[in-house]
Design a protein around this ligand. Structure first.
Ligand code: GLN
Length: 519
C-alpha cells in the first residue's frame, strides 16, 4: 500500500546493484489518471519533483535520482493518464483500424512499450542500464493498478525465467503484545497470486525486526523461501536502508534470481552515509504547507551537506503564519523554500528581514529568492508597495515577463527543468560552484522585473547569476551569507555530491552560530 516505503525499498535495491557495479535505471508507475504530478496538491502527494527535462513527477523519482546518482526523464514516469492518452491518440490516427480497442491487449501493450522504452534509455551518453527497476505505486487489488499488474504478468511469462524478479512489499504490523501479525502479508500475497503473479521476494516493513518464526510463517503461507523473506525495519535515515537490505542478504538473493554475477559490493556508499557528526546546527525552514513531505528534496539536500561537513542539522519547521521572533534569533540559519500563492508571504518577508539585518545565514529558494528581492525593495529602497504579480497589486518587482504572457494552456507559463546559468566571477555563488556556468532546474512562473534590476543593484543587491534577461541568483556582499536562487538547487543534490548552495549555507551556519549563551 502507499506510504510504507516502496520507493525507498526500490531505490535501495537499485543501490545494491550499483554497489556491485551494475548500471541501474528505474521506472515509477503511478496508477492515477493525471498525466503528471504538475497540477497535484503537494499536501496530498508530497513534493512535486522536477526532472532535468522539465517533467513534474512523484517524489519517488527524486529518491531514485539521489540513491542511484542518475538523471531520469519523462519516460521514467508512467501514469494511467499517459497510457490512455497515447492509446486514444493512436486510435484517432487510425492505428487500430477495424479493431476493438481494449485494456488487454491495447493498454497493456502500451504499458509494455513504455516500460521497454524507459529501460533502454541512455542513463549517460552512450551508456544504458543493465537492470531496470519498475515500481508500481498504489495497493494490490486496487482497480487502478490492475492493468499494470496484468502487464507485469504478461512480461513475466514472455521473458526468460531469470530476466525478471518480483519483489512484494508488505506491512507487518504488531499487536498490543508486540507480536508481529502476518495476516496482511498473507492476504496481499493471495491477492497478487490471484492476478497471476508469484513474488520471488517479500520485503516486510515493520518498526521492529522480523524474527525467524515470523519469517517461517510468511514463507510457508506465501510459498516464498524463508531466506527471501526480508525484514525491512524503520530506520532513522533512509540512506541506511541499502545497508540493512544488504545485511538481510537481498543483494545476493536478487543476483541469484537474475542469474547475474554476485560481485563483491563496494562499500563507499556506506562509508559516506555513516560519517560521524562532530558538530550540530539548527536551521529554520519557514513553510506554510504543514507537511514535511512537501519539502523532501530540501530535507535531503541538507542531509547531504550535513554528512559532508560532519555536522548534524536539526530542522526547525516554523509555521509562516504563526511563529515567534525569538525562534528566529535562536536558529543558526534561515531557509525560505519555494511556494505558490499569497498565504504566508508577510511572515516569510519578516524572516528574511531578520536574517538580513542580523547577519544570520540565509538561503532563499525560488519563491524565497523572489521574496528576498521584494524585502530588499521594501525595506532598503523604501518601495513600500513592492510585491510580486502573483501576490497582488503594487510595484511589481517580480512579474510575468511579456514573452510568457501569451501562453494559455494550464501550466504553460511555467519554466520547468534544466537551464544554463552564467555566474558572475568573484561572487559568493561563483566561489561555491567554482564555475561560471552551471545547469540547474526550474519550476516557477514569475521573474525579477527587468525595469528594476539596475536600481536594486545600485542599492547593493548583487544579481550574481543570470540566464539571458532573467535573474537567477541574488546575494548581499556585506552579509556573512545571504544567497537566494530562482532555480531549485535541492533537486540536484545527491549524497555523493551535495549541492554547493546548501553546502555553503550549512558551512556558514556552522561558522556564525550564535554563542551557546544565546541559545
Ligand atoms: N510562485 C512562484 C512562481 O511561480 C515561485 C514558484 C516556486 O517557488 N516554485 O514564480
Amino acid at each position: 500500500m502507499s506510504g510504507i516505503g516502496k520507493g525507498i525499498i526500490t531505490a535501495s535495491i537499485g543501490r545494491l546493484f550499483k554497489n556491485r557495479q551494475y548500471e541501474v535505471t528505474a521506472v515509477k508507475i503511478d496508477p492515477y489518471i493525471n498525466i503528471d504530478a504538475g497540477t497535484m496538491n503537494p499536501t496530498q502527494h508530497g513534493e512535486v519533483f522536477v526532472l532535468s527535462d522539465g517533467t513534474e513527477v512523484d517524489l519517488d523519482l527524486g529518491n531514485y535520482e539521489r540513491f542511484l546518482d542518475i538523471n531520469l526523464t519523462s519516460a521514467h514516469n508512467i501514469t494511467t493518464g499517459k497510457v490512455y492518452q497515447a492509446v486514444i491518440e493512436k486510435e484517432r490516427k487510425g492505428n487500430f483500424l477495424g479493431e476493438t480497442v481494449q485494456i488487454i491487449p491495447h493498454i497493456t501493450n502500451q504499458i509494455k512499450e513504455y516500460i521497454k522504452e524507459a529501460a533502454k534509455k541512455e542513463i549517460e551518453l552512450g551508456k544504458t542500464a543493465d537492470i531496470c527497476l519498475i515500481e508500481i505505486g498504489g495497493t494490490v487489488g486496487d482497480i487502478e493498478s490492475m492493468p499494470f499488474l496484468e502487464t507485469i504478468r504478461q512480461m513475466h511469462s514472455e521473458l526468460s525465467p531469470n530476466d525478471m524478479a518480483i519483489v512484494h512489499v508488505t506491512l507487518v504490523p504488531t499487536d498490543n503484545m508486540g507480536e508481529h501479525k502476518t495476516k496482511p502479508s498473507q492476504h496481499s500475497v493471495k491477492t497478487v497470486r490471484e492476478l497471476g503473479l508469484q513474488p520471488d521476494i517479500i520485503v516486510c516493513r515493520s518498526d521492529w525486526v522480523i524474527g525467524t518464526n515470523t519469517k517461517k510463517k510468511i514463507s510457508s503461507f506465501c510459498d516464498v523461501p524463508q531466506h527471501a523473506i526480508i525484514s525491512a525495519v524503520t530506520v532513522s535515515d533512509i540512506y541506511h536502508v541499502p545497508m540493512e537490505m544488504e545485511k538481510e542478504g537481498l543483494g545476493n538473493i536478487l543476483c541469484n534470481l537474475l542469474n547475474i554475477k554476485k560481485r563483491k559490493p563496494n562499500t563507499k556508499w556506506y562509508r559516506l552515509v555513516n560519517k560521524e557528526y562532530t558538530d550540530h546546527i539548527t536551521i529554520a525552514i519557514m513553510s506554510k504547507y504543514g507537511t514535511e513531505d512537501v519539502h523532501i528534496s530540501i530535507k535531503e539536500a541538507l542531509k547531504h551537506s550535513a554528512r559532508a561537513l560532519s555536522t548534524k542539522i536539526t530542522i526547525k519547521w516554523l509555521d509562516v503564519e504563526n511563529y515567534d521572533e525569538n525562534e528566529l534569533a535562536k536558529v543558526d540559519g534561515i531557509l525560505i523554500p519555494g511556494g505558490f500563492g499569497r498565504r504566508g508571504i508577510e511572515g516569510k518577508l519578516h524572516a528574511i528581514q531578520h536574517a538580513r539585518i542580523h547577519g544570520k545565514p540565509f538561503l532563499g529558494l525560488c519563491l524565497g529568492f523572489q521574496l528576498a528581492v521584494i524585502e530588499f525593495s521594501r525595506n532598503v529602497l523604501n518601495w513600500n508597495d513592492a510585491t510580486s504579480e502573483e501576490i497582488g497589486p503594487g510595484t511589481h518587482v517580480i512579474a510575468l515577463l511579456p514573452e510568457q504572457e501569451t501562453v494559455t494552456t494550464f501550466g504553460g507559463t511555467m519554466r520547468l527543468g534544466n537551464c544554463t546559468i552564467s555566474l558572475k566571477p568573484e561572487t559568493l555563488v561563483n566561489r561555491l560552484y567554482e564555475k561560471t556556468t552551471i545547469v540547474e532546474r526550474h519550476r516557477h512562473r514569475y521573474e525579477v522585473n527587468p525595469d528594476y534590476i539596475n536600481k536594486l543593484e545600485q542599492a547593493g543587491l548583487t544579481f550574481s547569476g543570470s540566464c539571458g534577461n532573467r535573474m537567477e541568483v541574488c546575494e548581499l556582499p556585506n552579509h556573512p551569507f545571504f544567497l537566494a536562487t530562482q532555480f531549485h538547487p535541492e533537486l540536484t543534490s545527491r549524497p555523493t555530491q551535495p549541492s554547493p548552495p546548501f553546502l555553503g549555507f550549512a558551512n556558514a551556519c556552522k561558522k556564525h552560530k550564535p554563542s551557546h549563551g544565546n541559545r
